[in-house]
Write a protein that binds this ligand. Structure first.
Ligand SMILES: Nc1ncnc2c1ncn2[C@@H]1O[C@H](COP(=O)(O)OP(=O)(O)OP(=O)(O)O)[C@@H](O)[C@H]1O
Length: 249
């Protein structure tokens, strides 16, 4: 039990007749990357939205760090260290890289964002921000305007913002989306190293990345988890092959 950072138990969410989450139970353990895969419309986004707090489940519960967080707001979960990344719109494109991370660090402390006193001059905030940039390999881009970053660099910047939360878990929604082969390879290496900071719940369509990274996979089909296991176990699973991986291969 203490080996679980995040867990869902019996999570259920219906939209009319569609059961987008149907009794979903899964857990995320220290140091692991747990990938959620499944065909389009399987319920991955719905699941992530419930875990992060944007969508209330009809039934079931979510525990994070041993606490029932089902009724907590997205912000409260984020403050506890549940870090959702790769919502690109969260970055202020006209601000510098350092400004973006500093504002993230300020937000993480609960400071009112409207009162951006000279946040950049606050030494501890600045140090936190610079350390996060260093960790993701963007220290030399601190003064760059965010809009000038490449797609991949923006994703690294999002992770830097998340790092200022001192995350206990990362929730990542399609980090490889929109990346070329080289970008995906670099991102795969980056995520591989990031699991040392906090475990990652990863929704991703790029199967090369998933198979390279995941310690465990859960396969979601029509809102239900039909299998959870290691890459080898999932590859060998007849139900999974029939429902998903077998498609076209
Ligand atoms: N707000 C909503 N209102 C009605 N139906 C919804 C809503 N959100 C999701 N659904 C339905 O719930 C099911 C699961 O959708 P969801 O977006 O969670 O799947 P997904 O696995 O994330 O898909 P994709 O891989 O295409 O992003 C689908 O049938 C979808 O049409």
């Amino acid at each position: 039990m203490t080996d679980t950072i995040l867990a869902t138990e019996g999570l259920t969410k219906a939209f009319g007749a569609v059961r987008a989450s149907d009794n979903v139970s899964l857990d995320l353990r220290p140091g692991e990357i747990h990938a959620i895969i499944g065909p389009n419309g399987a319920g991955k986004s719905t699941l992530i939205a419930q875990i992060c707090g944007g969508l209330a489940p009809d039934a079931g519960r979510i525990t994070f760090l041993g606490q029932d967080v089902t009724g907590l707001s997205t912000r409260a979960r984020a403050r506890m260290g549940l870090a959702r990344t790769f919502q690109i719109s969260a970055l202020a494109m006209e601000d510098t890289v350092l400004q973006n991370v500093t504002l993230g660090a300020l937000g993480a402390r609960g400071g009112p964002l409207g009162l951006i006193r000279p946040a950049l001059a606050q030494r501890d905030l600045r140090d936190t921000a610079l350390a996060a940039l260093d960790r993701v390999g963007l220290a030399d881009q601190a003064a760059t305007v965010t809009a000038e970053l490449s797609h991949g660099q923006r994703r690294q910047l999002e992770v830097a913002v998340a790092l200022t939360l001192k995350p206990h878990a990362f929730i990542m929604d399609e980090p490889m989306a929109g990346m070329g082969a080289e970008g995906s390879r670099q991102m795969t290496g980056f995520l591989d190293s990031l699991r040392d900071e906090a475990p990652i719940l990863l929704v991703e369509h790029d199967m090369d990345a998933v198979f390279a990274l995941a310690d465990r996979l859960s396969v979601l089909v029509y809102g239900q988890i039909i299998a959870t296991g290691t890459v080898d176990e999932i590859r060998a699973n007849a139900d999974v092959r029939a429902a998903y991986l077998g498609e076209g291969s």
